[in-house]
Design a protein around this ligand. Structure first.
Ligand SMILES: [Zn+2]
Length: 235
């Protein structure tokens, strides 16, 4: 009779990790909140490997999500959950106006976790990149919308836009009036603007789950699609 020989090390490691996870969840082990996967994200903290996971967990904690979002720069009001079709609608969403700093080109409705991700992106990626490349700051964000009851382009599965869990960014304006747009500047003549936009794309991938831009396909030549869906993609 053959005996199955199993090396004990993976089993011991697995049990050890599971035990550590349970102890962490139960509050028996203290580690800094930044490195505690069960602690909510903090907008003032620079993103790390756990940031995406922490933001995703807010999907099931609406009150905690609003508490986190209030510590950021956005002015917003919570909106009631709404289902508009079988695969469309939103829960745990907020209405963001066009009077913030930076201000959006128009108001929109978006999921709370998406706006927490945006707030972290704005503070730790967008504004530092504007300082680095232009010694300036972004004062206006031009967007192409968040909520839209539709499938992914060229497919049949519902888009993250169908649940207000995605935002499309077309460009931005700096404090001195300089305009930067994906359409003109991703492959334009201005090297600073090209480098700035690539830094935004790469930095967005540290915060959002889905990041699609002009390198992905022609449908994204004029915007960054940023979402907090289930799948991670960075193109
Ligand atoms: Zn999109």
């Amino acid at each position: 009779m053959r005996r199955l020989c199993v090396h004990p090390l993976p089993l011991i490691l697995g049990l050890g990790l599971a035990g550590a996870g349970l102890a962490l969840a139960a509050g028996l082990i203290r580690i800094p909140d930044r490195w505690n996967p069960f602690a909510p994200p903090v907008i003032a903290d620079a993103p790390n490997l756990l940031t995406g996971w922490k933001i995703a967990r807010l999907k099931d904690a609406p009150d905690q999500c609003l508490t986190v979002l209030k510590t950021g720069p956005l002015s917003f009001t919570p909106v009631p959950d709404r289902q508009t079709a079988e695969t469309c609608g939103f829960e745990n969403a907020v209405r963001v106006g066009n009077a913030g700093d930076p201000r959006f080109s128009s108001g929109f409705t978006a999921s709370c976790p998406l706006m927490v991700a945006w707030s972290i992106f704005e503070r730790h990626v967008l504004q530092p990149a504007a300082r680095r490349h232009f010694a300036s700051r972004v004062t206006r964000i031009d967007h192409l919308g968040t909520y839209a009851c539709r499938p992914v382009r060229g497919g049949s599965t519902p888009s993250q836009h169908a649940t207000a869990n995605a935002i499309d960014i077309a460009g931005m304006v700096l404090a001195d009036g300089t305009r930067i747009s994906l359409t003109h500047d991703w492959s334009g003549d201005d090297a600073r603007k090209r480098a700035f936009l690539r830094d935004l794309r790469d930095g967005a991938c540290e915060v959002f789950r889905g990041v699609l831009g002009p390198d992905y396909n022609a449908a994204h030549r004029d915007h960054f699609h940023l979402d907090m869906g289930r799948w991670t993609i960075c193109r």
